[in-house]
Design a protein around this ligand. Structure first.
Ligand code: HXC
Ligand code: NAP
Length: 291
């Protein structure tokens, strides 16, 4: 096997109803495809119904399983309540919510209007809050066990310049994950997160590496494993975290970035650049200082 292979081989998500926000493109679409292949009924949602209809037709053909598109701007609590109602109408229940929808673009923070900053916070933090609260209230009322999976980023805890609204919002989502993992465990609701490093998608790359920035900053070079992520790797992890195999994992954030953020964090990781031959000389110099 290789890391691009699907991990589960049977219908491990059979009988589950999974709602994926931002499920019509990028990583959301890749996760939805795999959940559907594993037997789940999937609801994909975002602002663009045309995009969702195209994606659901394509995925349904591939997986032979039903995928229901519902238009919803996660910034609106009323639209999120409608998403829940549509899910219940179509499939009778909801077992899993994946908060994957996001907005982001690079910019020096002082160039941002107040509305630009708000837009990102509203999609990422308020959107995840709206979905979690609406679905959570329903699950608690119905006494239904459930799972929430939040897609954050590694800069949710390190922070990052030039994507400050996104970093601020993702940090909030991470705090919500860990807080509710404890508070709602008594209702049988699990909360986990995935923090991906670079996984090329059109949505992210158009906004984070526009023009020739892709060539100027070869992002795979920042990763100790010297490559970017494959969508199936992330889908494998997501499928595990929403499946019953991970029933004892709660409040966790799983990093999947080839070691990227730690490379930036480790004080002496720059010594990677020292050629092998120089280490004899350096060792001698250090030993000579003894006593
Ligand atoms: C400065 C900008 C801007 C830019 C928009 N704005 N783009 N300001 N630089 N490049 C400002 C606008 O002028 C406006 O402010 C405000 O932001 C809202 O813009 P709208 O276009 O009206 O918003 P909307 O139509 O809601 O679109 C939201 C969006 C857009 C975020 C701006 O890019 C979008 O739809 N994105 C969704 C998909 C996405 O972002 N995917 C990437 C996820 S990657 P004013 O003041 O003029 O009204 C990710 C993690 C990556 O999250 C981590 C990688 C390792
Ligand atoms: P993407 O394809 O642009 O995904 C973002 C999705 O969110 C789109 O489908 C978009 O659809 C939807 N969306 C945006 N605003 C919305 C709103 N107001 N209401 C509902 N849906 C909305 O980018 P991606 O790379 O796959 O990102 C997916 C997730 O992974 C995000 O949470 C992102 O932060 C995270 N992530 C990605 C990477 C990476 O390298 N790609 C790394 C770390 C984290 P519409 O435009 O139709 O609404």
């Amino acid at each position: 096997m290789t890391y691009t292979d699907p991990m589960f081989k049977n219908k491990e998500l059979d009988g589950k109803v999974i709602v994926v926000t931002g499920g019509g493109s990028g990583l959301g679409k890749s996760m939805s495809r795999y959940f559907s292949l594993l037997g789940a009924k999937v609801v994909i949602t975002s602002r663009s119904i045309e995009k969702l209809q195209k994606a659901s037709a394509e995925l349904q053909k591939e997986t032979g399983n039903e995928i229901h598109p519902v238009a919803c701007d996660v910034r609106s609590y009323e639209e999120v309540e409608n998403l829940l109602a549509e899910t219940l109408k179509k499939f009778g229940k909801a077992d899993v919510l994946v908060n994957n929808a996001a907005g982001n673009f690079i910019s020096p923070t002082e160039r941002l209007s107040s509305n630009a900053f708000d837009t990102i916070i509203d999609i990422v933090l308020k959107g995840s809050k709206n979905c979690t609260l609406a679905f959570g209230k329903h699950w608690i009322k119905e006494k239904q066990p459930a799972t929430v999976l939040n897609i954050v980023t590694t800069y949710a805890w390190t922070g990052s310049g030039y994507v400050v609204p996104s970093a601020t919002a993702k940090a909030g989502v991470l705090a919500m994950t860990r807080s509710l993992a404890v508070e709602w465990a008594k209702y049988g609701i699990r909360m986990n997160a995935i923090a991906p490093g670079p996984f090329p998608t059109k949505g992210a790359w158009d906004r984070l590496l526009p023009g020739d920035l892709k060539e100027k900053f070869d992002i795979s070079k920042k990763v100790p494993l010297k490559r970017v992520g494959e969508h199936q790797e992330l889908a494998n992890l997501a499928a595990y975290l929403v499946s019953d195999y991970s029933a004892y994992i709660n409040g966790e954030v799983v990093t999947i970035d080839g070691g990227e953020w730690l490379q930036g964090a480790g004080e002496f990781n720059m010594l990677e650049k020292i050629p092998k031959e120089l280490w004899d000389q350096l060792e001698m110099m250090i030993r000579a200082k003894k006593g």
